[in-house]
Design a binder for this molecule. Structure first.
Ligand code: ATP
Length: 322
């Protein structure tokens, strides 16, 4: 039994902005949270709210023209903000924190075998010889439910679900403390999606994996997460125990987001949509960024930004109503 006590990841007041010709896009704007050993944090929010930007920032690789402008990211107690690229590459990325990129299964190189693509980091970062590296790659392929002989196959010989398992195995190869999975089930059919989610639950149990699972599909999050964080316009607006957030959402945005997903045994006519558009992150609204779309808007919401406040044990919400 893993004791869920130690924080493997501590993020404080993290800001990552894209410095574009049109202005500064505040994609990650003052984000703080902890991730404990063996815990899965589900991260959800509408398209464009900054989920992938946060993922790339956490592995120390904001996409240009993005830059970390403030804050701290500690992995296993070690600060990684400000580390030079060569140190990040040698000691942190893939070894301490890795990422399953959105759409990575379609980015496998068609001209190399699966094994060739998997063993490179083992040989260059861990100094293994080819045989040792192939053995390790095979062990990880087995772990994700694939035939180890797949190391000798080419990507085009595999189905989408198999390719996604290869990508997941590759992200785990250097035994990182934290894995960020960015929409790992999107683009797969629902049966394969369920298989991948089950496999990831198994990995979490067997390896004590700490994971950030990014998706806009809240029903998947409830299935896999211990904790859920809801992002809106570059900020976390609600974070807490997954059951609490899913069944007793406290932020009006989370409530709207959950009302917008179809659930079994419920009248489809009751499905809601969230009126309005997510804001432009170059000029986000003053006060609470959700106020122009919120049904409960008050004067204070237009003027002052609400901080995350503990509304229940380990359940934090940024809203003036609470
Ligand atoms: N390289 C970039 N340069 C400038 N702006 C960017 C860049 N990448 C993302 N953005 C902007 O940052 C904001 C957050 O985007 P991001 O892709 O992180 O959101 P997301 O929640 O992951 O969306 P999705 O669910 O569609 O992947 C958006 O306004 C987006 O347009």
């Amino acid at each position: 039994m893993i004791k869920m006590t130690k924080n493997v990841l501590e993020v404080r007041n993290l800001k990552m902005y894209y410095f574009t010709n049109r202005g500064m896009v505040r994609a990650v704007d003052d984000i703080s949270f902890d991730l404990k050993k063996g815990e899965v944090l589900g991260l959800a929010g509408e398209s464009g709210c900054g989920k992938s930007s946060l993922g790339f920032t956490l592995i120390g690789m904001p996409t240009p023209p993005g830059k970390i402008v403030d804050g701290s990211i500690k992995i296993d107690g070690r600060e990684i903000v400000g580390l030079p690229e060569n140190v990040l590459r040698k000691e942190i990325r893939w070894q301490k924190i890795s990422m399953i990129f959105q759409g990575a299964m379609n980015a496998l190189n068609p001209v190399y075998t699966v094994g060739y693509q998997m063993i490179e980091p083992l040989m260059y970062q861990k100094g293994m010889n080819k045989e040792e590296a192939i053995n390790k790659a095979q062990k990880y392929l087995e772990l994700v439910g694939l035939d180890p002989e797949i190391v000798y196959r080419y990507p085009h010989e595999l189905s989408g679900g198999m390719k996604q398992r290869v990508v997941i195995a590759t992200a785990l190869l250097l035994e990182p403390e934290v894995v960020i999975a960015d929409e790992p089930t999107t683009a797969l059919d629902v049966v394969v999606q369920a298989q991948i989610v089950n496999m990831m639950k198994k990995l979490k149990k067997e390896l004590g994996l700490s994971m950030i699972f990014i998706t806009h599909d809240l029903s998947i999050l409830a299935e896999i997460s211990d904790k859920i964080a809801i992002m809106y316009a570059g900020k976390i607006v609600e974070i807490g125990d997954s059951e609490k957030v899913y069944y007793e959402p406290a932020h009006p945005y989370t409530q709207k987001l959950l009302a917008a997903i179809p659930r079994l045994h419920e009248d489809l006519k009751k499905l809601e949509f969230i009126p309005g558009q997510p804001p432009n992150l170059i000029n986000p609204p003053n006060g609470c960024r959700f106020h122009p779309r919120c049904p409960y808007i008050m004067q204070v919401c237009k003027e002052q930004e609400p901080e995350l406040k503990e509304v229940d044990k380990d359940h934090y919400v940024a809203c003036w109503l609470l």
